[in-house]
Ligand binder design. Sequence first.
Ligand SMILES: [Zn+2]
Ligand SMILES: [Zn+2]
Length: 321
Amino acid sequence: MRRTRLLLSMGFVVLLSLAFLITRTDAQPNTIKQIAPGVWFREGDLEHQGHCNNIIIEMKDYLIVVDANFPSGARAAMADAKKISSKPVKYVFDTHHHGDHAYGNAVWTQAGAMTIAYQGVADEMKRYEPARWKASEKERKDVADMKQPGPQPPQQTFTDSPHVITDGTRRVEFRFFGWAHTRGDGFVYLPQERVLCTGDAVANGPYNFTGDGNIGNWPKVVDGALKLNVDHVLPGHGPAGGREVLVGQRAFMLELHNAVQAAIKAGKKVDDLVKSQDGKQLAQLQLPDSVKNWVGPSLPDQIKDAYNEITNKKPAGDLPH
Ligand SMILES: [Zn+2]
Ligand SMILES: [Zn+2]
């Protein structure tokens, strides 16, 4: 199972998510949708290429892109940005260190953009890399073709929140609410347009990878996002939505944590909560229907991470993995 976990951590949710994506009729990979004047949402092709979503924000003289994507996703997003505007991409914000959000950094910087992120993103890269990059090279041609010893770290990092970029036409706030999906989870908030880009701290669908995460703290991070005035939620994976995506994401993590905690109190062991059958893992816990949008093939791993987190009294991402 370690192999699957590593692949998942790099954004290869492809095979495991396949069954779900086929049944999801709202997924529109490789399409661009205008969310507000000068703000576009590009849904990445997760199923076939492992890509994350991108957001393109138009400023007076330049563009800001949210997430670098994998190298092939970076090129696809760059081509779409050129269709939208002749302005150059000045900043690319890595919401976190995962390959599907940051491995395309060098594609953008070679084209003249500056990559920026919270300090926590650079720290996570130091913690996990270049091991994951090297594993990814074996699975992905676009990563291998970069011929790099490891991922290019964000060129500029900061620790203040909000970290504001404004040019008189638009205010863009980079925000940090704590450790949910990774230690470096960055959000991008446009207060005038009431748009929030969440990275993978908030997904719209069964795409939560908890291996590097902090399940117990996850709802508190979403609480921070819920305090903002938000009409449009643009997640790292899955379609764009409204405030209900934040509410549902928060509820899923809370329900997961509570269900596992109750099972532990009832004397259950991890093997009681996830059974192996014919090489497959089967979750023995049911979460309420209200959070079913977030329940999918990763549930057995999410249950194990929650179990380990609670019994070790440490975030899942702090445990050996
Ligand atoms: Zn992702
Ligand atoms: Zn991620």
